[in-house]
Structures are given as structure tokens and as C-alpha cells.
Design a protein around this ligand. Structure first.
Ligand code: S3P
Length: 174
């Protein structure tokens, strides 16, 4: 497995962070980081502010910078990514790519049922308009599927169940 990293990709709100935290609970083989958290640390401001103050193109440049650093410097890590990070051209060089997959309506239902739903929606500028978000989902899903080494359907499954499935499926690549 390349650098022994696992990269979690998938649409906003699909549960990449929750699954990553569960995997770490069950396997001490990995550390975990999140590309959005890295960007917020670099910028000392929230993603929402980066989008509002600098625009999306600036945010995508930061993602590129993070992707280069991941490739050159990170090992043995489960990397949770923002929903648009899949566009980075060096993804395959960073690690094995795991897609967390679910239909758009199920993702939105999952977010809306979360106790922190308002916060979860507010922090994601690209979910502000659900019609546009659906179009983004429809455009991205085939790309996610093309890139993925492993696909996990997360619909109606707990983060724990998804994490177990992930660990089982990545074993093949060890
Ligand atoms: C984005 C997804 C967000 C964050 C940013 C842009 C996207 O991350 O990176 O708001 O383009 O899909 P999550 O997938 O963790 O919500």
C-alpha cells in the first residue's frame, strides 16, 4: 500500500470524519488527519471564512498545497478529505483511495437528523443551495467512483460498521 496511507473521499456530509475516528479507535496502525483541519490551521480561520473572504479558487490552491505535502511527508495515516479534494491529481500517489458512498437524499437526511444540523450546514458554503448541491453531487459521483480503489456504501450504517468494513477491505492492499 502506497505510504501505508488511506484517503477517504466522498461528498460533503457523508461521514468521512466520523468513520475516520472510528477506524482509529479500532486500529492503532494509523494516525488520522483531515485536509480541512490542516487548511484551517494554516489559515488560522474557518473554511467558511476562507471561502467568503478569498473565494473558492484560493481554497482549491490550499488543497493543492496540502496534497503535495501529504504525498511527500505523510505515512501510516488515515486522511479524511474535503468533498472536492478528489480533484487533486496526485491522489493515487498519496495512498489507497476509499470512497464513502451514499445517495444525495440520504446524505442530506443524515445531516438534517444530526443534533448539530444547523452548524453542519452553516460550515459548508457549497451546501447553502440544495439544488446546486445536488447538481454538484451528480457531477462528482461518477468521478468519485472512477477514482476509488474501495467503495463503502454508508447508507443507514453506523460509523462503527463502516469502519469495520473499511479495515477488512484495506487488508487486501497491505
Ligand atoms: C467541500 C467540502 C468541504 C470543504 C469545503 C469544500 C467541497 O468538506 O472542504 O467546504 O468542495 O465539497 P466536507 O466534505 O468535509 O464537508
Amino acid at each position: 500500500m502506497k505510504n501505508n496511507n488511506i484517503i477517504l473521499i466522498g461528498f460533503m456530509g457523508v461521514g468521512k470524519g466520523s468513520v475516520a475516528r472510528e477506524v482509529i479507535k479500532h486500529s492503532k496502525k494509523y494516525m488520522t488527519i483531515d485536509t480541512d483541519d490542516l487548511i484551517e490551521s494554516m489559515e488560522n480561520r474557518k473554511i467558511k471564512s476562507v471561502f467568503a473572504e478569498e473565494g473558492e479558487a484560493y481554497f482549491r490552491k490550499l488543497e493543492k498545497y496540502v496534497a503535495k505535502w501529504l504525498e511527500s511527508s505523510v505515512q501510516n495515516t488515515l486522511i479524511s478529505t474535503g468533498g472536492g479534494f478528489y480533484k487533486q491529481t496526485n491522489l493515487k500517489k498519496i495512498g489507497i483511495i476509499v470512497l464513502l458512498d451514499s445517495p444525495f437524499d440520504a446524505i442530506i437526511k443524515r445531516i438534517k437528523e444530526h443534533p448539530n444540523a444547523a452548524k453542519k450546514l452553516k460550515k459548508r458554503p457549497l451546501l447553502a443551495d440544495l439544488k446546486q448541491a445536488r447538481e454538484l453531487y451528480d457531477a462528482r459521483r461518477p468521478e468519485y467512483l472512477k477514482l476509488a480503489d474501495i467503495v463503502i456504501d454508508v447508507t443507514d450504517k453506523s460509523a462503527e460498521a463502516c469502519s469495520k468494513e473499511l479495515l477488512k477491505k484495506v487488508k487486501k492492499y497491505a
